[in-house]
Design a protein around this ligand. Structure first.
Ligand code: HEM
Length: 117
């Protein structure tokens, strides 16, 4: 059970890596587009995160305030990805505030995961 949980944590981290990596590519190449990989990364991190939010394979209590905060931020990132993709289809570009918020919120969620114990 513990090993399975570690595997789900690994999948969760892969989702984070895909989302943040895809965003960094767009930030560095200057195009600032929303890409399909970002949606995939968010979906993978989200599904694995929800699986980890249940207390199985551990002997300590989960921090539900922290998990709830991460869930709210995940939903906010999803909304920004959706709104940004809509603007991109309509105008060909994503407003800077939306693009940079996606990266910042992703990093904040990773920060919350490792710093808030
Ligand atoms: C974009 C969204 C998210 C990002 C970037 C993210 C990032 C991370 C990272 C980097 C870790 C590893 C931290 C560590 O093991 O010390 C982690 C662990 C974890 N995340 Fe997330 N996360 C996200 C969303 C969620 C959501 C929505 C949930 C559940 C509601 C969640 C639940 C967890 C749990 C329970 C762990 C701890 C795994 C364990 O040690 O058992 N995450 N997350």
């Amino acid at each position: 059970m513990e090993i399975l949980r570690h595997i789900v944590v690994l999948v969760h981290l892969v989702g984070f890596a895909i989302l943040f990596g895809a965003w960094v590519v767009e930030a560095v190449n200057g195009k600032h587009q929303i890409t399909r990989l970002m949606n995939w990364g968010l979906a993978i991190a989200g599904v694995a995160g929800l699986a980890l939010a249940a207390p199985w394979g551990i002997e300590y209590d989960l921090n539900y305030a922290k998990l709830g905060t991460k869930l709210v931020i995940l939903v906010a990132i999803g909304a920004l990805l959706g709104i940004g993709a809509g603007r991109q289809r309509k105008n060909g570009s994503v407003p800077g505030g939306i693009f940079w918020s996606i990266g910042a919120l992703t990093l904040i969620n990773a920060g919350i995961a490792v710093i808030w114990r």
